[in-house]
Design a protein around this ligand. Sequence first.
Ligand code: NAD
Ligand code: TYD
Length: 351
Amino acid sequence: MKKILITGGAGFIGSHVVRRFVNQYPHYEIVNLDKLTYAGNLANLTDVEKAPNYSFVKGDIVDAHFVNQLFADHNFYGVIHLAAESHVDRSIADPMAFVMTNVIGTVNLLNTARIAWKDNMADHRFYHVSTDEVYGELHDPSTFFTEQTAYDPRSPYSASKASSDHFVRAYHNTYRLPVVVSNCSNNYGSHHFPEKLIPLMIHNICQNKPLPVYGKGENVRDWLFVEDHARAIDLIFHEGKNGETYNIGGFNEWKNLDLVHLLCQIMDQKLGRAEGTSAQLITYVTDRAGHDLRYAIDAHKLMNELGWTPSVTFEQGLEKTVEWFLANQTWLDNVTSGNYANYYDSMYLNR
Ligand code: NAD
Ligand code: TYD
């Protein structure tokens, strides 16, 4: 049994990666390390929590002593590192939390892996999951982010992720740590915390609350279904070349306002409301400080070299997502009320 450490596995994308690895690879033992911040929710993993090849450890990647002990207790073959502070608006309000987890936490993991694997470095793999936001913003509609695009982070979040990416590559260059890095576009799908655009809009439409569109709603994002991101991570973890970077994206750009209108249309149909009802909730609010105009990923390297393609169209993915949220109102209520924190206590402390 190869042991794989997945960090941030109780979060949105991490929970999809954990589920995929636990189900697809019974010969791997998956250890999910998560601090369970506001964004980490073990109720995301109820379907795999009893699997024989899965275990959960609560802990903080910033705590070097704890991370060292974890590596001493387990002989990890590989690491898939997703734990992070991930919301741009929070990074504007509290940048230091992003420096701690995204930079210091990542360097702690790199250091510990380097020391633990020093005698057989080449037999291991350290996968760092990053974002397209490190490349900055695009203005010319004909341009895309490629793996060669120079870094130009413009928010505390993207600056902290860019910094962690640089450390990962520096550990490869300096210590020959066998790393792979991927930079992905905006994800959407089930279990998405409702502070991000798509789940927030779905939640607010259900509750008949205002739909806050920043500025004029003209910013563009490139949306990828989260299960297709998890498929790409699986492929890159197994087939990616050491030291390489892969951009992940679905060639699926949307202006925020157009996307919100599309969601309103789908929700009106699903909720049996007259067409145009939800769109009346759209409210223009003060723009985000330093709001990046456009992100767009060129994913040709991943498609041509490793044969990855997205499995669903945006229409299919969005439909699945809306249906999941409508069928999981309790999840949404618990997440928005903070009740999910009690789930850890009942599952792991008071058994
Ligand atoms: P998320 O905020 O939903 O989840 C992050 C998880 O990390 C949570 O479970 C949280 O409890 C955990 N965590 C936070 N600080 C920790 C710490 N100090 N120690 C241990 N665990 C900690 O984030 P997400 O959207 O699932 O993103 C996962 C990764 O993917 C991040 O690295 C993010 O930068 C990257 N990414 C996200 C997107 C996106 O659209 N969401 C796109 C590209 C890349
Ligand atoms: P978000 O989901 O926070 O992802 P990111 O900032 O990492 O791309 O936001 C996606 C886009 O939607 C971004 O341009 C900001 C915008 N936005 C709104 O207009 N209103 C909102 O309430 C939120 C959360 C985001």
